[in-house]
Design a binder for this molecule. Structure first.
Ligand code: RAM
Length: 352
């Protein structure tokens, strides 16, 4: 309700902002974002709409922005293609938003639009995903947990579930996704560890974070590799569809058609989407973090930057209520919290 209201308010005031922005292009005048009065306006652009994962991030941003007296709204493309967010970013720049929080679909395709936005005084904060290798094109980044160790921890989780032995495939999101690609790189590095010599990565397929394509890719893996021991899906869309595929085929551990010990599904997924599969023993354990916490910390970074209460600089830190202090690490990266592992025993403690 709050989001709808603020969106409506924002749309109504959009024309005024555009007029101000035109004036701002005259030499000697300040940019709209800098000149705009009233509450700070924060927009969040997820990778794509329709992915329940991002609802948690939105809820956290909304809560934090409300506490800080900022206006918040969210908009985004239907598909997580590398360039699909560009028109949305341009539109928000035109409307004179103060902060663009975004989970980018590419590490480099958005550099130019971000540069344009920042020239106008708009802060750009990447959330959940970063411009890996192009960090100078945004002001700060918020990761939900430490991505430097996430790939290795995914391999360890998988290893522990398959007794460190067997052939497995990765079901990822898009080929351009900066987050999944970073984690996959970490997974490949981890696999060089002698602990994992009996685990073999046979394929990487991409479901583009679309349910149907992810399902088709998961089914394709089951057909192509009859001896597959596991599907590792570091995407909340992919893992849900992999769970559906092994359930329908009856090849999950203990399933009617399981060969040997069956096909294990693990990776990253939301408790709300996977609760049933975990309770029904289709999946034993998955990892993630708290998307609402990530969104909440992002709100404090976004509004803090827009009001100059926070300066994005490695070594600087700031308070987030209930979280204590959070700080900017290398490349102005903020880590919101710890990773989490969900099993039958704890899944009911989480609602996102
Ligand atoms: C999907 C998206 C998102 C990722 C989660 C785990 O929802 O790809 O970026 O963080 O999975």
């Amino acid at each position: 309700m709050f989001r709808k209201l603020t969106l409506l308010l924002f749309l109504v005031t959009g024309t005024t902002s555009c007029q101000k922005r035109e004036a701002a292009s005259n030499p000697g005048t300040t940019s709209v974002a800098a000149a705009a009065s009233g509450p700070v306006r924060v927009v969040y652009i997820p990778k794509n709409t329709g992915n329940p994962y991002f609802n948690g991030v939105v809820a956290g941003l909304e809560k934090g922005c409300k506490e800080l007296g900022a206006e918040f709204f969210t908009t985004g493309p239907a598909n997580p293609d590398a360039t699909s967010q560009i028109p949305f970013i341009k539109d928000q720049v035109q409307r004179g938003v103060n902060v663009i929080c975004i989970s980018p679909n590419s590490s480099d395709a958005l550099n130019q639009v971000f540069d344009d936005a920042r020239t106008r005084g708009i802060k750009v904060v990447t959330v959940n995903t970063d411009l890996v290798g192009n960090e100078s094109h945004r002001d700060a980044a918020v990761y939900p947990c430490d991505f430097d160790t996430l790939g290795a921890s995914q391999i360890e989780l998988l290893g522990s579930l398959i007794h460190y032995e067997g052939r497995f495939a990765i079901l990822s999101s898009t080929t351009d996704a900066p987050d999944q690609n970073y984690w996959i790189q970490g997974m490949k590095e981890a696999l060089k560890n002698s602990k994992y010599t009996r685990m073999e990565l046979v394929d990487i397929v991409y479901g583009d974070d679309k349910p149907q394509k992810s399902r088709t890719e998961a089914e394709g893996l089951l057909t192509k590799y009859p001896d597959l021991r596991a599907i590792l899906a570091p995407t909340s869309v992919g893992i849900e569809q992999a769970a559906k595929a092994v359930e329908a085929a009856g090849v999950y551990p203990g399933g009617a058609n399981a060969r040997g010990r069956g096909v294990v599904v693990t990776g990253l997924g939301t408790p709300n989407q996977l609760r049933r599969y975990i309770k029904d023993n289709i999946i034993t354990a998955v990892a993630l973090w708290s998307p609402p916490d990530e969104g909440y910390v992002s709100a404090y970074v976004a509004v803090g930057l827009a009001t100059d209460k926070i300066t994005a600089q490695t070594g600087n830190s700031f308070d987030v209520p209930g979280f204590g202090r959070r700080g900017f690490g290398k490349n102005n990266l903020v880590i919101a919290g710890p990773p989490l592992i969900f099993t039958k025993d704890n899944i009911d403690q989480y609602n996102f």
